[in-house]
Design a binder for this molecule. Structure first.
Ligand code: HEC
Length: 141
């Protein structure tokens, strides 16, 4: 479940900023796009909340409340994620991003500039997450 957890954090940040409270996390809120085909998955509350914690540790330095401090043009809100190439508005595409982060247009690989499973030497906070994300890559929807 680890990637789901981390990515729930991403989506949580995009959807609610850092103010979400458990009471707001009803099933509809926790139901997200699983893949590009539009299948959906409902994340357990616990994963959602743990994801937010992980997100705050590894991602929030740059993406506080779902914006990108170091590149304000590329946010983590649903619209920005939808508009990326490939679209990053679903779980599978976000997992892919954390393995192979790219520029918004998908043309340039940026794992030396962006935390990823292959750049945990540069981004030590990814070490812990890398193990989890790699293990969990076999997502079943
Ligand atoms: C050092 C700053 C930094 C950190 C830390 C960081 N990011 Fe990013 N992130 C960026 C920048 C800058 C971009 C925009 C890259 C581009 O398009 O050129 C970005 C883009 C993204 C995108 C694509 C957004 C879109 O609309 O296409 C996702 C998804 C993302 N980051 C997730 C994460 C996650 C998850 C973490 C934590 C594991 C994380 N980021 C940590 C700086 C960071």
């Amino acid at each position: 479940m680890a990637a789901v957890i981390v990515l729930a954090g991403v989506l949580g940040a995009g959807l609610f900023g850092s103010e979400a409270i458990a009471a707001e996390l009803d099933a509809a809120t926790r139901t997200i796009k699983a893949n590009e085909a539009g299948d959906t998955v409902t994340l357990p509350v616990e994963d959602f909340l743990r994801g937010r914690k992980k997100f705050n540790v590894a991602c929030a330095t740059c993406h506080v409340a779902g914006i990108t401090k170091t590149n304000p043009n590329v946010g983590l809100d649903t619209e920005s994620l939808e508009g990326a190439f490939p679209a990053r508005d679903n779980l599978a595409a976000l997992v892919d991003y954390l393995h192979n982060p790219t520029t918004y247009d998908g043309l340039v690989e940026i794992s030396e500039l962006h935390p990823s499973t292959k750049s945990s030497d540069i981004f030590p906070k990814m070490r812990n997450l890398t193990r989890m994300i790699s293990k969990q890559f076999r997502l079943t929807f």
